[in-house]
Write a protein that binds this ligand. Structure first.
Ligand code: AMP
Ligand code: MG
Length: 315
């Protein structure tokens, strides 16, 4: 079975919903990256997600819901989590919270943990699909485990095309990096498990300082593997020169020819949106190494640097 890539119109969304209710998988657009969606309440569909990605089953999936009312059927949200949900949903925020025993989300989607990761995506196609299915959708990024996340429908089709019923194409993802993942620890403090498309500054403006997952008694995020988001080429960070055999990924004005630029004007939002597609394009040149310009650590720079350092990590 090779996936059909279709424009995400109302008819295609209905077909995708029918496939999901049959336990099949669908690639769905979100504002962060394309997701590999399956019915979160169907253990066999969830198992197919792990198999298609080659993802270890100790790494739990995010379940997508329409909004806060829906989320409250599956998790108990602490006051801090409620404030975050009210401020950022629908949007690029994932909350890890105590799972309700009566939630129909398959235990496999939570990797057997007593917590559940929930997100209400803002993308209109994702919202329409969730409404049509009427069930939560488990959806990690639509790439083989450890590889670059897809920000265009064709990237997802190239990686996972044989394993899905349909790829819903809604053009390039607006944000381009994955959701920010926040948990609340036993003392009620918010912990940033994964920097992502909502900046630390924006989150802290709502709930105050975020604790670092290292060193606090926080729920571990089993998915934060050191090597991840890896292109075929090796990756060299903070590069201010280009060596023989390297392709250059610039940020801001650059003297180097044959470079791709994350953002000529040093706009971190634009850089996040371009990150994975540019890494893919430079990888496809056959260069042995991708040299990446220094990126500031502020705003979305934290998520961009997190992805880049994992791409550069020893494999
Ligand atoms: P992905 O689905 O690839 O975007 O990754 C989801 C991230 O959320 C991974 O880093 C997971 O380990 C993390 N995650 C999902 N569920 C939980 C949970 N119940 N507790 C802690 N981290 C979680
Ligand atoms: Mg992923």
């Amino acid at each position: 079975m090779t996936a059909v890539v279709v424009s995400a119109n109302a008819d295609a969304i209905d077909r995708a919903a029918a496939a999901l209710l049959h336990g099949e998988l669908v690639v769905m657009p979100t504002e962060t990256v394309y997701g590999l969606a399956g019915d979160a309440t169907n253990p066999r569909a969830v198992a197919r997600i792990y198999a298609a990605k080659g993802r270890p089953q100790f790494n739990p999936l995010i379940s997508h819901v329409c909004g806060l009312d829906d989320a409250l059927k599956h998790a108990v949200l602490s006051p801090v989590a409620m404030r975050l949900a009210e401020a950022f949903w629908p949007g690029a925020l994932t909350l890890v919270a105590q799972r309700r025993t009566e939630s129909p989300i398959a235990e496999l989607a939570c990797a057997g943990l007593s917590s559940v990761a929930l997100r209400a995506p803002a993308h209109p196609v994702a919202q329409a699909l969730l409404a049509a299915v009427g069930r939560p959708l488990a959806a990690p990024s639509a790439n083989r485990s450890g590889r670059l996340s897809p920000t265009h429908a064709r990237h997802a089709a190239e990686d996972l095309g044989d394993d899905v019923a349909l790829v819903l194409d809604a053009g390039p993802c607006a944000m381009g990096v994955e959701s920010s993942v926040v948990a609340v620890d036993e003392a009620g403090r918010p912990v940033l498990l994964r920097p992502g498309a909502i900046s630390r500054e924006a989150l802290e403006a709502v709930v105050g300082p975020l604790a670092d997952p290292r060193g606090v008694d926080a729920p571990a995020s089993p998915g934060m593997l050191t090597s991840h988001y890896a292109p075929r080429a090796s990756v060299r960070l903070n590069a201010v020169d280009v060596r023989p055999g390297e392709a250059y990924l610039a940020f801001g004005p650059t003297p180097f020819a044959h470079a791709l630029n994350l953002s000529p004007s040093r706009d971190l939002t634009e850089a996040a949106a371009n990150l994975f597609a540019h890494l893919r394009a430079l990888d496809a040149t056959g260069a042995a190494c991708i040299a990446v310009a220094p990126i500031p650590e502020t705003g979305l720079g934290e998520a961009i640097n997190d992805r880049l350092s994992r791409a550069a990590a020893a494999r």
